[in-house]
Design a protein around this ligand. Sequence first.
Ligand code: ADP
Length: 547
Amino acid sequence: MTSGELLSMEVRGEGDVFTLRQRARVVADAAGLDQQDQVRLATALSEVGREVLNQAGGARIAFSIDGGPLRVRVRGYGPLSPAAPGFAAAARLVDEVTREGEDVILSKGLPPGRYAGEWLRDLRATLAGLAKTSPLDELRAQNQDLMAALEDVQAQRDELEETNRGVMALYTQLSEELERTNQGVVALYAELEDKSARLREASEAKTRFLANVSHELRAPASSILGLARMLLDLGDPLDDEKRRQAELIRESGRDLLNLVNELLDLAKAESGRIEPEVVDVSLRGLLRRLKETLGPMAREGVTLVVDDPDGVEILQTDELMLTHVLRNLLTNGLKFTERGEVRVGAHADGDHVLLRVADTGIGIPAEEIERIFEEFHQVRGPIQASVTGTGLGLPYARSLVAILGGEMTVRSVVGEGTVFEVRLPRLDRIHLGRVVIADDDAAFRTLLRGLLHGVAVEIEDAPDGYAALAAVRRARPDLLLLDLRMPGLTGEEVIGELRADPALADTPVIVVTSADTGGIDGVALDKSRLTRGELLRAVGEIGKRDA
Ligand code: ADP
């Protein structure tokens, strides 16, 4: 007997199987296994007992614990196959069933404990003192096990039911909360939509008002200016004092007319009523001319520096608009710089040109930096009082840059200076092969053709949604310009069809419509204020998405 051996017994007949089962339970109990594991082990061994009787006419079975798990060695009177049903059933009830030579070993892990010395001796004595069980006793014991197992299952089911009830309650509560939140979000969205519609209306009303009022003001302002000039030109009849007053009238008239003109320009730009006239612009020439006209404005101790363009000579854009933007930025730079320099330059940046106006002037406080693009906003400061200005220059310049398809940004450090950057698309870099224009309005298709002039190689028209789909299938265009409200298929339906077809799903689409584009997932442009710049900028944006 090895030091860890507990018990060994012969299984020769049915009666021994009951005894084996009983001993197994006693060992399991003594080793601290819980009720369920005791039943498992006992059942496993009774399966094994029956199996060895069947297969080999009996076996010698030995229990041992050697520091590790409980091991049960089964040595059959004839050969044993551990794959037989009895062993397979046992394998599900213990941790492992393995082979060692001719023997089959069952092992079952035990809770931590000291299974040695006195403990082993006591258990051996208990086992040795056990009487052979009768089938009746063992039946009773098995019934008890069954009852215990049933009670256990019932308890578990009760617990599960309770847990389920808890989960259901939590779920109901959560979904109610979710619903309430959803309702809130929906209401919030409705309110937001309402607010933004009203904002849009207000902004349009403001633009209309600016346009109308400045129109009305221009005539009287021009007459005041003319009359003042006449008064001064008359010569003799005015004494010095009167002449001074007439000069004041003339200057005020001029300021008024400037203001009115700027307002008118801004209103036009904001309503999208100006179309850029794109030509080849020599950046070097443009920058030089700006230096000549604005250089004399510089204060003493301030230089206007023009850098040569870097990596780009010719830019396709509207020359007047670009000149206006840069003149505004340079004038501001010169106005708000008391020493150092104002520097302007241009450099290529991929498919864009970056124009930069940097000064070493007073700078703009961080909290004002976005407000300078609002109409009439001027930063209060020491220089402001001594320079002229309306606060309309930057909003106008930013609108012009948008019309050119670009964007304007600014950064500044108070006391160190300000840098304005204008990013414009290099339209000559934008090349489209085939374009399909889908719109039921023939006049608008012609307008779009015009806007794409020089950019697209081949343009195909589609007067409705079905024609659009057919054209895309046939031509596989680099771009589909798509109206939403069309006979046959609507624009949304065309998009749906394209997305559903793997071969066409990647077709780049720009929606151009006067309908609401809120639900469109993609690039959408407003028909009523579409410009070439805007369209090309959208093309560039789509290119960026694909990249
Ligand atoms: P204006 O120059 O006619 O007042 P702008 O819209 O061009 O109007 O500029 C708005 C304001 O932004 C200016 O009044 C000035 O306070 C501030 N600003 C613009 N450019 C600069 C600059 N380069 N440095 C400091 N402040 C500037």
